[in-house]
Each structure stands twice: as structure tokens, then as C-alpha cells.
Design a protein around this ligand. Structure first.
Ligand SMILES: *[C@@H]1O[C@H](CO)[C@@H](O)[C@H](O)[C@H]1NC(C)=O
Ligand SMILES: *[C@@H]1O[C@H](CO)[C@@H](O)[C@H](O)[C@H]1NC(C)=O
Ligand SMILES: *[C@@H]1O[C@H](CO)[C@@H](O)[C@H](O)[C@H]1NC(C)=O
Ligand SMILES: *[C@@H]1O[C@H](CO)[C@@H](O)[C@H](O)[C@H]1NC(C)=O
Ligand SMILES: *[C@@H]1O[C@H](CO)[C@@H](O)[C@H](O)[C@H]1NC(C)=O
Ligand SMILES: *[C@@H]1O[C@H](CO)[C@@H](O)[C@H](O)[C@H]1NC(C)=O
Ligand SMILES: *[C@@H]1O[C@H](CO)[C@@H](O)[C@H](O)[C@H]1NC(C)=O
Ligand SMILES: *[C@@H]1O[C@H](CO)[C@@H](O)[C@H](O)[C@H]1NC(C)=O
Ligand SMILES: *[C@@H]1O[C@H](CO)[C@@H](O)[C@H](O)[C@H]1NC(C)=O
Ligand SMILES: *[C@@H]1O[C@H](CO)[C@@H](O)[C@H](O)[C@H]1NC(C)=O
Ligand SMILES: *[C@@H]1O[C@H](CO)[C@@H](O)[C@H](O)[C@H]1NC(C)=O
Length: 358
């Protein structure tokens, strides 16, 4: 009698504890900032050996080079490169935010095979990046126990486009390993335990759920990419590279280069047939300078920097900007125009004065 009451009490306590946990670490990442789409990363590891090709297919990544860049692997790495069990590969995904939550767009689909259960798909095939409840919810599956071979489901992976304290970050979905702590994870990814706890809405290690995704903000390199560029915001974290502007430009981020994005012409043919060739990457206002070139100016060295692209052109800028930006080579056409305008006004005034004197 006594024992059973205690067991019941114990059950109740652990049940409410479980409820608290699942209410807190939901596997959803908040995404409520002004940016509604961006690139995000997930950390994928498979229990069985696999290949980059399989990972590319599973996550519907268009170009292998996006995976290579996210992991800073050489460009000539083969698709059939083996990936060891439990080796973590960073996979870039397209993130869309709505209703305060970020999820991968609908590109990632999975077709049910023989003997699959939704739970197997979530925890084994997708390595715990998603829960079967979430797959079931977004696909409006009436009964998760009754799925059929050949059915296709959208796999909504967690992601976010939010800034962190006003700074650009790349959100990384890290599947928590059993026995790890916030402090360990923070040290591994160059952040701190308080930030991780706040971002994920948990109070500490006791609420860290193994085998579930944790939102880890990776510091991003600062860039000069305009907010109206087709690739804005261009977010890259330390030790990674990516191709942009229809593959005409290769950008990389290295913490050792002062966390500043460095971009150069890729020497690859444009991926999009709307561009027959890559447009020249001459710096605006400094015709002898090309993307990646550095020039010296009265305010120190300045370089021709990638500033984004439109469907017609590649934008560049000279940066950092000089405090006294007026001289030639500043790329500031407006100010050049204004000084010649002033000069004309002075001429006109002189002429008028002369007329009056006559
Ligand atoms: C990739 O290229 C580098 C030189 O750039 C070479 O050393 C390496 O062997 C190549 N790797 C493969 C897998 O071809
Ligand atoms: C947003 O969330 C609300 C409440 O959770 C829900 O009723 C609504 O359908 C959601 N809208 C979208 C577009 O997901
Ligand atoms: C991993 O390999 C085992 C044994 O071959 C198999 O039963 C299991 O389904 C595989 N897991 C995945 C995710 O394919
Ligand atoms: C996520 O957003 C919800 C709704 O806006 C908010 O209540 C919650 O505190 C946010 N969580 C975190 C960890 O910021
Ligand atoms: C972060 O780590 C410090 C020192 O290790 C500890 O005192 C603090 O409670 C931790 N905070 C969280 C939210 O885990
Ligand atoms: C884009 O940048 C311009 C100037 O830097 C700014 O005025 C504008 O508000 C920005 N637009 C958005 C949508 O952030
Ligand atoms: C950046 O990445 C390199 C290579 O992985 C690593 O050695 C370095 O510690 C990282 N720096 C920071 C600040 O994260
Ligand atoms: C590093 O970047 C910061 C701001 O991004 C800048 O203030 C600082 O001068 C840079 N340092 C060097 C050595 O370039
Ligand atoms: C500028 O960059 C172009 C293309 O990368 C290169 O061919 C040229 O030598 C560079 N010029 C200077 C002055 O560095
Ligand atoms: C190619 O460029 C056009 C115009 O910018 C754009 O509408 C289209 O989506 C692009 N196609 C691809 C595959 O990126
Ligand atoms: C490209 O831009 C021009 C002007 O900015 C616009 O008229 C045209 O429709 C755009 N083309 C595509 C394919 O988006």
C-alpha cells in the first residue's frame, strides 16, 4: 500500500518533470526578427556509415559545393567520400520564418520505405534533428502509426534567421549528445552557456534534452552585402566558404581575418543561364580596382569588396569607408556630381556678377 502510493507519487513527479522538459526544449527555434528567409545550418550525423552523396540527396541540397563549403572541405572532394558513423556534417538549409518559428522550406521530403516508422525517420534517418510529432503535425497525418510505403512527407527542420543582440549569426541546429552540458557545447561553438540557455528557453543543464536539437548561434563574418541584394543576408560562420552571385563569386569567412567576409571572382561559369558570362567585378568609382584588390588612401588601406548582386550586375564597394569620403576613388558618384554642380553654380554667379558690373 505504502510502496504503491510512493510509486504513484514518483510517477506523477517524473511525469510533471517530463512535461516541464517537453514544454521547454521543444525542438522549435524562435524566428521573429525582420528577416524572413536565410541560410541556416544543421549538424547531421548518421549511425551508419554513409557518403556525401547520400547526405546531399537526403537534405535536397542542390549543389555538393554548398556542403563542401559549409564544412570547409576542398572543392575537389568526391561525392562518394565516405562519412563515418557519428561524424558530424554541417548541412546548409534554406530557412523560412513564419509565426515566430523557423523551419526549413519545403524542399526536404522523405519517401516512406518498407519497415519505416515516423519515429525511425525522425530519430534515425534524420538523426534527431526533428521529432515524429512535428513531421506528423506539419503534414497533417491523421494517424502517425498508419503510414504507407511510398508516401511523401515534408521534413520541417528547425532553423532561425534572428540576429543575436543586434549581430548577425548563423543558427546551427546541434543535436545534443547524452551527458553533455551547456558549458561544453558553448565552449565547442564559441559562445557561452547563458546565451545558449536564453536562446533555447531553458534554465540550465537539467533541461538539456539529449538527442534533441539545440539552437546554437555561430558568429558570422561581417559583410558589405546590401540588404536589397539577392543573396542578403549573406551569413557565413568561421572556417567556411560559399559561392554566390550565380556562382560567379566565392566568399569565405575566417576568424583570423578579423571576422570579415572575403570574396573574390570564383573563376567558375555562371550557374544561371540568365548570365552568359560572369559580369566584371570592377570596383565602382575606381576603374582599375577589381574585387579583392586593395588600394591605399589617405585613411589607410581600403579594398574593393563584394556588396551583393541583382539579376543584372554584381555590386562592389570600397571599404572600410573613409570618414572624409569625397576624393576620387571613393566610389561616391553623388559627391563628385555635387562638386561639379557647385562649380557650375559659381561660374553662373560670376557671369551674373560680370553682367551687372557691365
Ligand atoms: C584536390 O586537389 C589538391 C590540390 O589542389 C590535391 O592535393 C588533392 O590530392 C586533390 N584531392 C583529390 C581527392 O583529388
Ligand atoms: C500561426 O499560429 C497560430 C496559433 O498557434 C495558428 O493558429 C496559425 O495557423 C499559424 N499560422 C501559420 C501560417 O502557420
Ligand atoms: C543502419 O544499419 C542497420 C543494420 O544494417 C539497419 O537496420 C538500420 O536501418 C540502418 N539505419 C539507417 C538509418 O538506415
Ligand atoms: C520564443 O517566442 C515565444 C513567443 O514569442 C516567447 O514566448 C518565448 O519566450 C521565446 N523563447 C525564447 C527562448 O526566446
Ligand atoms: C554557466 O556556467 C557558470 C559557471 O560554470 C554557472 O555558474 C552558471 O550557472 C551557468 N549558467 C547556466 C545558465 O547554465
Ligand atoms: C536597407 O538599407 C537601407 C540603407 O542602408 C535602409 O535605409 C533600409 O531601411 C534597409 N531596408 C531594410 C528592409 O532593411
Ligand atoms: C575558427 O576555425 C578554426 C579552424 O577550425 C579554428 O582553429 C579556430 O579556433 C576558430 N576560431 C574561432 C574564434 O572560432
Ligand atoms: C577588425 O574589425 C573591426 C570592426 O569590424 C575594426 O574596428 C578593426 O579596426 C579591425 N581590425 C583590424 C586589425 O583590421
Ligand atoms: C586586382 O585583381 C585582379 C583580379 O583578381 C588581378 O588580376 C590584378 O592583378 C589585381 N591588381 C592589383 C593591382 O592588385
Ligand atoms: C536565374 O535568374 C533568374 C533572374 O534573376 C531567377 O528568376 C531564377 O530563379 C534564377 N534561377 C536559378 C536556378 O537560380
Ligand atoms: C531583371 O531586372 C530588371 C530591372 O531591374 C527587370 O526589368 C527584369 O524583369 C528582371 N528580370 C528578371 C528575370 O527577374
Amino acid at each position: 500500500m505504502e510502496t504503491s502510493r510512493f510509486t504513484l507519487l514518483g510517477l506523477l513527479v517524473s511525469f510533471s518533470f517530463f512535461l516541464t522538459l517537453s514544454a521547454q526544449m521543444t525542438g522549435n527555434f524562435n524566428c521573429s526578427g525582420s528577416t524572413t528567409t536565410c541560410q541556416s545550418l544543421v549538424g547531421y550525423s548518421s549511425k551508419n556509415a554513409t557518403t556525401l552523396r547520400n547526405i546531399q540527396t537526403l537534405f535536397a541540397v542542390k549543389n555538393l559545393r554548398s556542403i563542401l563549403g559549409a564544412n570547409n572541405l576542398p572543392l575537389n572532394t568526391s561525392r562518394d567520400q565516405r562519412v563515418n558513423p557519428n561524424q558530424v556534417i554541417r548541412v546548409p538549409i534554406h530557412c523560412s520564418c513564419s509565426n515566430g518559428t523557423g523551419v526549413s522550406n519545403r524542399d526536404i521530403e522523405y519517401t516512406i520505405k518498407k519497415d519505416d516508422t515516423l519515429s525511425f525517420v525522425a530519430t534515425e534517418v534524420f538523426g534527431g534533428l526533428v521529432t515524429f510529432q512535428k513531421i506528423s503535425e506539419v503534414n497533417k497525418i491523421p494517424n502517425p502509426d498508419k503510414i504507407e510505403i511510398g508516401q511523401k512527407f515534408w521534413i520541417p527542420l528547425p532553423c532561425s534567421c534572428d540576429k543575436l543582440n543586434g549581430e548577425d549569426v548563423v543558427h546551427y541546429a546541434h543535436v545534443v549528445k547524452l551527458g553533455s552540458s551547456l558549458a561544453e557545447i558553448a565552449a565547442q561553438f564559441g559562445t557561452d552557456n547563458t546565451t545558449l540557455a536564453q536562446l533555447n528557453g531553458i534554465i540550465g543543464d537539467s533541461q538539456l534534452l539529449a538527442d534533441n536539437p539545440l539552437n546554437v548561434p555561430l558568429k558570422a563574418c561581417s559583410s558589405s552585402v546590401r540588404n536589397d541584394s539577392l543573396d542578403a543576408p549573406l551569413l557565413l560562420s568561421n572556417n567556411s566558404y560559399a559561392f554566390t552571385a550565380n556562382t560567379c563569386i566565392k566568399c569565405s569567412c575566417d576568424a583570423l581575418k578579423n571576422w570579415t567576409l572575403s570574396c573574390e571572382p570564383s573563376q567558375i561559369r555562371p550557374s544561371n543561364s540568365t548570365w552568359p558570362t560572369c559580369p566584371p567585378s570592377r570596383c565602382e568609382g575606381a576603374e582599375s580596382l577589381f574585387l579583392g584588390n586593395t588600394t591605399s588612401s589617405s585613411c589607410g588601406p581600403r579594398s574593393c569588396t563584394y556588396a551583393g548582386y541583382s539579376n543584372q550586375t554584381i555590386f562592389t564597394t570600397l571599404s572600410p569607408t573613409c570618414p572624409d569620403s569625397a576624393g576620387p576613388g571613393s566610389g561616391n558618384y553623388a559627391s563628385t556630381f555635387r562638386s561639379s554642380f557647385n562649380f557650375v553654380m559659381v561660374l553662373i554667379q560670376c557671369a551674373l556678377l560680370c553682367l551687372c558690373l557691365l
